[in-house]
Structures are given as structure tokens and as C-alpha cells.
Design a protein around this ligand. Structure first.
Ligand code: OOG
Ligand code: MG
Length: 256
């Protein structure tokens, strides 16, 4: 079936720009993954056209907790641009978002490109540094509800990322404790082992998925490994802190 890739991309891009929810595309058209990724690519092309710079990739639904919370089983990925980066410790305005949620992640910084077919050892050797991170997800769909095709088209709900200190002396990251607090109360706890059993597998999968889409993970790019726990909804005034054992913390605030 023919799908209006550019039209649907414009709809999602404008929903994000206006911070206004739209109905799920699935109510109108059943997208196969390849079409949904084309829509995602077209949204990013619009953003790059406005001067944003591509600086990485995010993995999604790499933990059981997230797959269960969202009711979508497949590992998915999205594209990151510089405009999505929120300065660590900063306050961001709620007006930028529809219904934002946060999730605790770790971020990889690449010191050289990582092609499709990379092994776990090659992935490990491509890492310049690892950081504790927060992903701000904000589905452009009403009620934060979507099908697999919907969420892929919507750049996998990517909206913001907060990166804590980069650790270049990389220790074993396979099973680090993760805690996410909002206003001083711990809301989610978990471990990096929840990310595909070992977060390095998320980086290997990122290389494969982007390679198959005709891209390569580039030197200097950030790769977000995916939420280690379920996400939490945000309200004005919230102060969010994610702490990863041995890596440090990342924090930000949400204001009116
Ligand atoms: C989809 C994005 C999932 C993650 O880390 O699992 C994701 C969503 O939950 O809206 O970013
Ligand atoms: Mg995420």
C-alpha cells in the first residue's frame, strides 16, 4: 500500500514543534516497520533542514520493564540530534512537551565508527566513554499509546537526553545498580543488566540496525542504550536524578 511518507512525517514533526498530541497513525494506516523508519528518517531530514545536527542514535525497548510498560515487544531505534541534548543540571520548560516521561539509561560515546556486524569486543573497543543518562521521552500520540509502526515513525518518542559525567576509564558495565529519583524520592531501581542482559548488546544491536538502514554509527556519536527500568511521568517542579553505580549521576529540572 502506498503511504504518504512526507505528509505523515510533517504531521509528527509539527506535533512535536507545537507540543500537541495527535491521533495514532495506526487508526488510519497500518505501517510496516520499513515504512515507519522512512517516516522517521523524513522527520529527521526536516530537523536537519532547520539547522539541527545529527549526533547519535537511541535504542528503545531493550529492557523487559519497558517492553511491558509500553506493550510493544520489538527492540526499536531512533535518531538523536544536538537540539535534543539538555544540559546536565539545567531546567527545561514543560511547554516544550506533550506529556513527558523520564527513564534511566546509560550513554556511550564512540571513539571510532562501528559498522554492521561488529562483535561485542569491537563494540567495547569503540567506546571512548560511558555516562549515566536520562532520556526524556514524549510520545506525540494521544495518551502515550501507540503501535509498533506508530512509535518507530515518531522517532521512538525521542525528545531529550541529559548526559552525566563521561567516564573514560571503563569498568565492567554489565551489572551496575541504577536508581531514578524524583524530588528526592526513589521511584525506580534496577540494574544495567536489564538492558538486553548486558548493555554492550544494545550497542552491538545499534550498529546492526543502523547499518541495515544504510547508516554507520560515527566517531563522536552518542548511543543511548535504552531504559533500564519503566519510565516515570513528569510534572512541573520535578527534579529528576538518575544515579548509576560507579558512573555518577545526571539531573535536570522541569519548570512551567
Ligand atoms: C518508546 C521508546 C522506548 C526505551 O528506552 O526503551 C525507549 C516509548 O517508551 O515511548 O526509549
Ligand atoms: Mg529510552
Amino acid at each position: 500500500m502506498s503511504v504518504d511518507i512526507k505528509g505523515l512525517a510533517a504531521r509528527l514533526d509539527e506535533a512535536a514543534l507545537n507540543a500537541e498530541a495527535i491521533p495514532q497513525l495506526a487508526l488510519e494506516v497500518e505501517l510496516i516497520s520499513a515504512q515507519a523508519y522512512e517516516i522517521q528518517a523524513a522527520i529527521i531530514a526536516r530537523r536537519l533542514g532547520r539547522g539541527e545536527k545529527r549526533n547519535g542514535m537511541k535504542m528503545g525497548l531493550t529492557s523487559r520493564a519497558k517492553a511491558l510498560q509500553m506493550g510493544v515487544e520489538d527492540v526499536i531505534w531512533g535518531r538523536i540530534t544536538d537540539a535534543m541534548v539538555v544540559e546536565e543540571g539545567a531546567a527545561v520548560s514543560m511547554s516544550k512537551y506533550v506529556h513527558p516521561r523520564v527513564e534511566p539509561e546509560i550513554a556511550f560515546l564512540l571513539k571510532h565508527p562501528l559498522p554492521v556486524g561488529a562483535t561485542a569486543l569491537e563494540a567495547q573497543n569503540a567506546i571512548a566513554a560511558v555516562a549515566p543518562a536520562i532520556e526524556i521521552i514524549d510520545s506525540r500520540y494521544k495518551d502515550f499509546k501507540f503501535s509498533l509502526g506508530d512509535v518507530i515513525a515518531d522517532n521512538t518518542s525521542a525528545s531529550g537526553l541529559v548526559i552525566g559525567p563521561w567516564n573514560s576509564a571503563i569498568e565492567d558495565i554489565s551489572n551496575l545498580g541504577v536508581a531514578m529519583s524524583i524530588n528526592g524520592a526513589v521511584r525506580q531501581v534496577g540494574t544495567t543488566a536489564a538492558i538486553l542482559g548486558h548493555p554492550i548488546r544494545s550497542l552491538v544491536a545499534a550498529a546492526d540496525l543502523s547499518g541495515r538502514a544504510g547508516e554507520t554509527l560515527e566517531e563522536g556519536w552518542i548511543v543511548m542504550a535504552g531504559g533500564a527500568t519503566a519510565a516515570e511521568a513528569l510534572s512541573v517542579g520535578d527534579h529528576i536524578v538518575v544515579e548509576v553505580q560507579g558512573l555518577g549521576r545526571a539531573a535536570f529540572k522541569i519548570e512551567a
